[in-house]
Design a protein around this ligand. Sequence first.
Ligand code: SF4
Length: 459
Amino acid sequence: MLGQKNAIPTSEPCDSRLSFGMLLFIAGATASKVKSLVPGHRRGKIRTAACTSKSDEPGFLEDEEANEALRKKLLSWYEREHRDLPWRATPFSGKVDVDEGAAGSPYAVWVSEIMLQQTQVATVVPYFERWMKEFPTLVSLSRAEEDRINELWAGLGYYRRARMLHQGAKLVVEKHGGTIPQDTVDLLKIPGIGPYTAGAIASIAFRKAEPLVDGNVARVFSRLLSIDEEPSNKVFWVAARRALDGNNPGDFNQALMELGSTVCTPKVPSCAQCPLRLECKSRNAALERGLDIEDYVTKFPRKPKKTKQQEQAVAVCVVENDGHLLMLKRPKTGLLPGLWEFPSVEVDCDDDKNDANRIRRKLRTLGLALPKTRTLQCVGSVGHIFTHIRQTLRIYKLEGAPTNEIDSRIEHRWTREDEVEGTAISAQMKKVFEKSKSLSKPDDGLMDKFVTKRKRKRD
Ligand code: SF4
């Protein structure tokens, strides 16, 4: 399978200005052989030995033989070094396993690729195993209760992924009779499946000659070809398609991702162990200039502009009654839809003395009226970062809560303390729960004292 001719697919998801004929992939050559071939490419701050042409293009090599040699090196390395993962079929087995739930099956690849977005492999493994045990087939997933989906996803973050996966399973059952389509055009019509996931399912599960680009792949190409662009730039799709091994696309794509994940890592790449080190243009440029290799190559790819994070303060009240904690269900839309949480209310970022009033008001809207003499105990605070929000959760505890009836229109439940972990709650509510257990000395927790302490600290 190694070293065979690459088939150039006919479909092209990239910028129409970019011609395939002009995009030939780099391989085993020195920087002097580099020829720039991508028109309309924006110049970057980093100028490398490979990108000094007056042409407005980064370098690719017109050397298909060398291109083949590079594929062979990468695949040989992958065969030796790949990690065994529960969703991954044995590399080079060459078979398409349609047995649902089996490693390498379309369903297993789909679930794993969705879980792996923005999430580390080590984190995903136990979630994936639990998921496949509970929903071994796509049909079983399509019939699942939303609450159970959230419970199994709880702590993995980016909950929209779980909702989309669920909706996608339903659509495949309705429109495709429960069989995941092989064509990327059809795959892209399924909720939650974008170009990356479509490429992964098509190439890994169905052995279709489809490329994929995730953060790992973009980083490898950016360094290998000295492309000074942000990872989202379409030029990486062009490179991925041109580089693809048409005879073994699934293993080739996985090898690229594995290289980015284990060798060509964001901060500490192991260039000395890299199977592509001799061909790597950024490494060669560093060597030619006598620069520190790691320091230089980690300038690639260009860092995306940081979006400003919004600061948000939330007062959370852990309400306890006879060993049970009050939990409310979040709305079906917005942040963390459908997950359970302790009663919470957004408060002013730098005015925590109103926390008690806001919490009392919130509890009143639920039907829990607190006598003024009841003091909320302060536990402390925890931080949590979403993509665009930096949240500070200030935690209060109310023990022995009054037993007023909670308004039945509000979706709520009293959860036994030892069952909270298994409930569909978000990662930040897990932190709140852990912190709330740390309250041991009631005196320390008096609200007024907490406010005074925080104020003094700020002063
Ligand atoms: S040589 Fe270094 S920078 Fe180049 S691809 Fe390999 S690990 Fe990445």
